[in-house]
Every structure is written in C-alpha cells, then in structure tokens.
Write a protein that binds this ligand. Structure first.
Ligand SMILES: [Ca+2]
Ligand SMILES: [Ca+2]
Ligand SMILES: [Ca+2]
Length: 459
C-alpha cells in the first residue's frame, strides 16, 4: 500500500472518487505550518547509506523539565528529557499517578508539541476526507463505550494539561479507527537469539504527509495501578501503535483492511486503546491472550504479542472480524506448519512481513539474532514511501530502540535512539523509576519516583 492510499476515502464509495491521486500534502503542510515531506522519489536504495544503527545514548539521562506540583496540577508527577543519536532527537516523557493525572502531566510536558500538531492534523484529515465534527463525534462516542475507562480519563487529563480541546483530542483518536494502513513485525527469542532475550520489531507504515513523525515522543507510564509501560508515539496520541510493558510484554500490529471494506466497525475499542489495557494489566502472554479473547475486534489486523520475561515466547495473531468463526481469529506459534507463511517458518520466530523478504535474513542469522540484527531487519522490510516509525524491543531486558522519519528521510534511513527503562531514575536518588513508581510512601505529596530532596522544582 502506498502511503497516499491512507488518505483515499475511508467512508466508502462516496469518497472513492479520490482514486489514487497523491494528495494530503497541501492541506497538511498548510495546517501544520511546516514543510511536510511528500515521501515521493526519495525512498531509493542509494539513500539507505544515510541510515546508521545503534548509538547508545546516555545511560541515565538527566531530567530537563520536572513537573511535581503547582496550583494547576491535579497531582501525579512527570519529567521530560531527550534521547538523541546523530541528528535524531526524541523527547521522552515519564509520568506517574492515576490516569487523569498522567494524562495531565503528558499534556503539560508536551504542551507546545501537542498544541502545534493535534489541532492541525485533525483539521487536515477533516478537509482531505470530507469528515465533519458531527461524524467524528458519532465515531468517538460509539467506540468510547467499548474503550477502557482509563484511556478516556487520561484523554480528559491530556486536554486539561495541554490546553487542546477534549473534543479535538477525541477526534484525533478516531482517525486510526477509520483509515487503512499496513505494517510489519518480527519476534525472535530463545535459541534464535544470541542472548536468549525476546526481541520484537515493529514497522509503522502509514502516512508521511500527516507529519506525525515531526512530533515524536516516547511516553513512559508509571501508573498508580498496573504495570509500567512505554509507547513510541506522537505528541498528543495516547493510543499505543506498539509498546512494551515492565512485565515484558511487547505488542505490535499490522493492518490488513482494504478500502473496499469501509466503513469499518466502530462498535469495538481500537487496538491502540486495548493495547494499553494489555500493558496495564497482563502479567504474561497467557493473560494478554485471555484479555484479547474477551475484546471485541474492529476490521482486519495481524498482531504479534511477545513475552520476554514470563512465558518467554511470542505468537502471531490473525484477527479478521468480518470473517465468521473460526476464520476470524487464528493464532500461530513458532515453526507452525499451519502458519500462513509455512514452509517459511522457523523455531522461536514468528513474523509477518507481507512478503517483503524477512525470511532469508532470519534463517541466515538464526541463533545469532541480537538488537543490531533486528534493527537491520526492521529497516529492510518497511513499505518504502510510508515508513513513519520502526521500533525494536528487548522485552527481556526492557530496552528499546526507535527511529522516526525526519524532514528528508524515512524511518528506515534514520538513526535509532535508545532507551533503557530499567535505568530511568528521575529524581537521581539511585532508586530506579520502575522500582519507586507512583506511590507516595513518605507522604510528602510527591510520587516516589520524583521525590528525592533537591529534585523537586515545581512547574
Ligand atoms: Ca529514583
Ligand atoms: Ca513521596
Ligand atoms: Ca525517590
């Protein structure tokens, strides 16, 4: 799928007249007030040279901005710093508390980016697709009835903290429910990897015209209840297009729906919200699958769920809700002769690359796969022309590497930034964030992860 297809009429025949014309650029560029790259013509093999891999950033990044109080704060806390590699620089926001509080902290710490990006991107989509506010209200109110309350609460906090209207943020979170896109993922573990860790990739192949990659963000949640988790996302988007939880669960998605099947079912939560539910609540792959089976599904997807710490394996899921049972849900283990890609299957590996060449390198490097090899693989299989984001998770050691498209190159051509969740220590007291979390055990009114004396500076 070309990225421009993402903008072709997702409400069925009445907007199909757009055909395959490349569009979206003018409205988005105008709305964002920035030069948004078209993607066309630049994604050739020669420019692969520009890509470089690895580059570990500082082990314990210093908080650049802290938010632990102030009159407007509803509680919780957060801090912000950046991870960088070459000319790639990605803001990291670490927040803790109840969902509303965490939403407020994200909104507060990314206020500038959210204000510049979200209203503009919603305007751009509405113009390009002929959607009005009433239609987006209807979509949101329908899907919200099926959506985890914690996500809705967080969205309310995000609106209060960022100053962007709640309705605008709700509309922004309707967009992934309404449009088709395509992606890939690979998981490898145990004997397939050099150190036995579970590594999982995720390519997000979507629209470069929307400019989301110009507003990247890594958001780390330290919820008052449930597991800590991290999302490689975009400023103002709290849904998880992929993610990693502190219980070692890595989640990836690939969209399979065609434009012909529009309009899609919205009487279900979008995967980007129930991915958050899984990361909050699932202790293992087994529990993640239990929650998945209880969740109504929208349109057609593949998912890869990996567990690097408890079950220590991954599965590939086909979830095609328009099909009757049992064809609507299929789950494949590694080396599965019934896998849709069999006989191109391997032990301790599951993947879906839509035929873009992962099997050869996977077979060749089986037994020696590591983070660098997985980054290399992730950069070999994107849909060129629409590669917005690539991520590699080490779901055993709780580390991740992420690359976003830039102003002149796609994600696969750009440097990866690195984040190790286990070394985060926002108040520099020697106790990691993942250990301290958001309780207030000393009763000083500040969550433990940001409460060391001298570290508190209200903002
Ligand atoms: Ca600490
Ligand atoms: Ca405290
Ligand atoms: Ca502390």
């Amino acid at each position: 799928m070309k990225s421009s297809d993402a903008f072709t009429g997702f409400f069925g025949p009445r907007t199909f007249r757009y055909g395959r014309r490349s569009y979206g650029r003018s409205a988005f560029a105008a709305a964002l007030g920035v030069a948004v790259w078209s993607g066309a013509g630049l994604a050739d093999e020669a420019s692969d040279k520009a890509r470089f891999i690895g580059g570990q950033t500082t082990a314990v990044p210093k908080a650049e901005v802290r938010s632990t109080g102030g009159e407007s704060s509803p509680g919780g806390a957060g801090y912000r710093f950046s991870v960088a590699n070459g000319d790639a620089r990605v803001p990291v926001v670490v927040v803790g508390g109840e969902p509303w509080q965490m939403g407020w902290q994200v909104g507060h710490l990314l206020k500038d980016e959210i204000g510049r990006f979200v209203p503009a991107v919603v305007d751009g989509f509405k113009k390009e697709l002929g959607l009005d506010d009433a239609e987006l209200d209807r979509v949101w109110s329908t899907t919200a009835a099926f959506t985890d309350d914690r996500i809705e609460q967080e969205l309310g906090g995000l609106a209060a903290g960022s100053g962007v209207a709640l309705r605008t943020l709700q509309h922004a979170h309707c967009l992934p429910l309404l449009m088709p896109y395509s992606c890939s993922s690979i998981a490898a573990w145990g004997a397939a990897t050099a150190d036995g860790h579970l590594y999982q990739t995720r390519n997000l192949d979507w629209s470069l015209e929307a400019g989301a990659h110009l507003f990247p963000a890594l958001v780390v949640y330290l919820p008052a209840g449930g597991h800590a988790h991290v999302l490689p996302t975009f400023a103002g988007f709290i849904g998880a297009n992929c993610g990693l939880s502190a219980s070692g669960l890595a989640l990836s998605e690939m969209g399979d729906s065609s434009r012909k099947e529009m309009p899609y079912n919205v009487q279900a939560p979008h995967f980007t919200t129930w991915f958050r539910t899984l990361m909050y609540d699932a202790d293992s792959l087994t529990e993640a699958l239990d929650i998945f089976h209880r969740t109504p599904q929208t349109k057609r997807y593949h998912f890869v769920f990996g567990d690097g710490r408890t079950d220590r394996r991954a599965v590939k899921i086909l979830s095609h809700s328009p099909e009757p049972p049992p064809r609507n849900i299929r789950i494949w283990k590694d080396n599965d002769p019934t896998d849709e890609l069999a006989p191109a299957v391997l032990p301790q590996v599951v993947y879906q690359d839509e035929g873009r060449g992962a099997f050869g390198p996977l077979k060749e490097k089986h037994g020696t796969l590591n983070a660098e090899a997985m980054m290399d693989l992730a950069c070999r299989i994107p849909i060129k022309g629409g590669n917005v984001l690539n991520a590699v998770f080490d779901a055993t050691a709780l580390r991740l590497w992420v690359t976003y498209a830039g102003t002149d190159a796609e994600a696969y051509q750009r440097p990866f930034v690195f984040l190790d969740l286990t070394t985060l220590d926002g108040d520099a007291d020697g106790n990691p964030d993942l250990v301290e979390k958001s309780a207030d055990t000393n009763g000083n009114g500040v969550p433990d992860f940001l409460d060391a004396p001298g570290a508190v500076s209200g903002r």
